[in-house]
Design a protein around this ligand. Structure first.
Ligand code: LIP
Length: 268
C-alpha cells in the first residue's frame, strides 16, 4: 500500500508543472492559436495549445506519479490506481488567450480520496503563482493571502462569468440583472481560476458563477479557502459556486439562490 502523499509535496509538483506549462502556452501562443476548433457552440473554442498543454501535463504527471488519475478539460478522465487524481485546466480563460487578453491561467489541483488537498494557479503573462495545500495557508508567490473585508454585499465588488451556450448565457444574464443593483459593481475577467484567486488576495470581494466545471475551480477554491474565504461549492447542489469574504459570501449566495429559476435546471 503506497503511503499517503504529502500535500505540501503535491503543491510543489503542481507549482513546478504550472510554471512550466505557463511558459509553454505563453511562448507558443502564435503557433498555438493557428488551429482553433469548437465544442458546445460556435463560441466555445479550444485551441491546439489547450490540447498540447494538457498532453504535456498528463505526460509529466504520469512520469512523476505513475498510477495517478488525471481529469482534464480536453482529454477527460483517466482513472486512478493510487487514490490520487489531478484535476487540470490547461488554459482557463481560453477566449482571453485567443484574443491576446492577458488574464488566462493554468490550473492544477491534486485530489486524494475525493478531497482536493493541494493546488496551483499560474498566470503566465505575469508569472504570478497562486498556490496552497490544506492547512498550509494561501500564497501568491511568497505573499500570504487573506482576502478582503467588505462591510456588506451592497459594497462588494463581485466577479462572475458566463457559459458558451446561448440559452445558458441568457439565463446567466437574467440572474446578473437581478444582482447588479445590489452590489458595488461587477467584473467579468474571463477566467474563473483567476477570479477566485483575485478574491483570495482581495482584488475583488466575491465571485460567483452558475454552471462551472471542476477543472475551472478545483485548485482556486482550495487557495481561497486557505486564504480564509467562504467557499460554497456547486457540487451536488444547484450548480452555483460562490466564493467570498466571510462577511458577505452567505448573503450573496442567498440573494443569488432566490433569483435562480428552477425551470432553468441544473447546469451539467
Ligand atoms: C472559462 C471560465 C470562465 C467562464 C467561461 C469558461 P475556459 O473557462 O474560466 O469563468 O465564465 O464560461 O468556462 O472555457 O476558458 O476554460
Amino acid at each position: 500500500m503506497n503511503a499517503r502523499p504529502d500535500p505540501a509535496a503535491m503543491r510543489d509538483l503542481a507549482v513546478d508543472l504550472g510554471i512550466r506549462a505557463g511558459r509553454l502556452i505563453r511562448e507558443g501562443r502564435t503557433e498555438g492559436i493557428r488551429d482553433v476548433q469548437t465544442k458546445t457552440s460556435d463560441v466555445d473554442v479550444v485551441t491546439a495549445m489547450d490540447k498540447a498543454c494538457e498532453s504535456f501535463l498528463i505526460a509529466e504527471l504520469q512520469a512523476a506519479r505513475p498510477g495517478d488519475g488525471v481529469y482534464g478539460e480536453e482529454h477527460g478522465e483517466r482513472s486512478s490506481e493510487t487514490g490520487v487524481r489531478w484535476i487540470v485546466d490547461p488554459i482557463d480563460g481560453t477566449v482571453n488567450y485567443l484574443y491576446g487578453i492577458p488574464d488566462y491561467a493554468v490550473s492544477i489541483a491534486c485530489e486524494i480520496d475525493g478531497v482536493v488537498v493541494a493546488g496551483a494557479v499560474v498566470r503566465p503573462e505575469s508569472d504570478e503563482v497562486y498556490h496552497a495545500y490544506v492547512g498550509g495557508g494561501a500564497f501568491r508567490d511568497d505573499v500570504a493571502l487573506h482576502g478582503s473585508t467588505p462591510q456588506s454585499v451592497a459594497l462588494s465588488l463581485v466577479a462572475t462569468g458566463f457559459g458558451y451556450v446561448a440559452t445558458r448565457r441568457r439565463q446567466q444574464g437574467a440572474l446578473l440583472a437581478k444582482v447588479l443593483g445590489s452590489v458595488r459593481d461587477i467584473r467579468r475577467i474571463g477566467s474563473a481560476a483567476l477570479d477566485i484567486c483575485y478574491a483570495a488576495e482581495g482584488r475583488i470581494d466575491a465571485y460567483y458563477e452558475w454552471g462551472l466545471h471542476a477543472w475551472d475551480f478545483a485548485a482556486a477554491t482550495l487557495i481561497a479557502a486557505e486564504a480564509g474565504l467562504t467557499v460554497r461549492s456547486p457540487v451536488h447542489e444547484d450548480g452555483l459556486l460562490v466564493v467570498g469574504a466571510p462577511a458577505v459570501a452567505d448573503d450573496l449566495a442567498q440573494l443569488l439562490r432566490t433569483h435562480i429559476d428552477p425551470a432553468w435546471g441544473v447546469p451539467d
